[in-house]
Design a protein around this ligand. Structure first.
Ligand code: UDP
Length: 245
């Protein structure tokens, strides 16, 4: 377990590079341990600051990684630097590669049925050694216990949960205590990207720190949600001033 953390507005981010995360998570898999990973962007940090219960869930995760340049910049600002961005989609791909090498068991939960099926098809094609033990779409009754029963029975090594931020972390926190092993990670819209239904920003946009703008242009309906970003910047700035950093 990596212990080195950097706290940003109450959220404890793990001080680790992508390679270090993959290594440490692999250790958990080898030891058949449970592990809960949250990949948090500024929107998640702001939501946690508004909802006590959500903050509790996040603080109880094993690892919170910096999903988005906003978090990395905020850490720099607060003079508590994080080594690099460890985005959810990228980490999921690394775990799929790892699972392909070791024939690990993977379970997918979330997204619309057609998106999920396309994601399944692409995983089977690109990562043929992955043992895909189950896939369920994200439109179910919250009380539906057949999903967790299936996970208990199949004992996947990785459970990727794509129910959107908030919902996915709540689902994991509620259901993870019922299983023996497995790495649980909320992956937001990653199945949509994997299935090609949503495009990831090109490298140049990411390098210019404009991934958020690319996402906004693809999904203008996110405009309201994106107001969390300037609020996040303001709150971090206030903390910086308050602490005289
Ligand atoms: N989603 C789902 N069930 C729901 C709501 C959303 O499976 O009840 C899926 C949705 O289809 C999409 C994913 O959650 O594939 C992520 O949604 P969003 O883009 O809102 O992600 P966020 O940015 O909130 O993590």
């Amino acid at each position: 377990m990596l212990e080195d953390r950097v706290e940003i507005l109450g959220v404890p981010f793990v001080c680790a590079t992508m390679n270090e995360m993959v290594e440490i998570v692999h250790e958990h898999v080898k030891k058949e341990e449970k592990c809960f990973i949250v990949t948090a962007n500024p929107e998640i940090v702001m939501k946690a600051n508004q909802e006590k219960e959500y903050m509790e869930i996040i603080r109880h995760a094993d690892y919170v990684t910096a999903d988005g340049i906003g978090i990395v910049k905020a850490a720099q600002w607060l003079k508590k630097p994080l080594p690099e961005r460890v985005a959810g989609y990228d980490m999921m791909i690394r775990f799929l590669e790892l699972s392909n090498q070791h024939a690990y068991k993977v379970y997918l939960l979330g997204a619309k049925e057609e998106v999920l099926q396309e994601a399944v098809r692409r995983i089977r094609k690109q990562y043929p050694n992955v043992d895909l033990v189950g896939a369920r779409n994200g439109y179910f009754q919250w009380e539906d216990s057949t999903i967790i029963d299936e996970i208990k029975e199949k004992q996947p090594d990785f459970i990727f949960v794509a129910l959107g931020m908030g919902r996915q972390e709540k689902w994991i926190a509620e259901h993870m205590p019922h299983v023996q092993k497995g790495v649980f990670m909320g992956v937001g819209g990653s199945f949509d990207v994997l299935a090609g239904a949503l495009k990831r920003a090109p490298e140049a946009w990411i390098r210019l720190h404009l991934e958020w703008l690319y996402r906004l242009l693809q999904q203008p309906s996110r405009a309201k949600r994106m107001m969390a970003l300037p609020k996040f910047v303001l709150k971090v700035w206030r903390e910086k001033v308050a602490k005289g950093k």
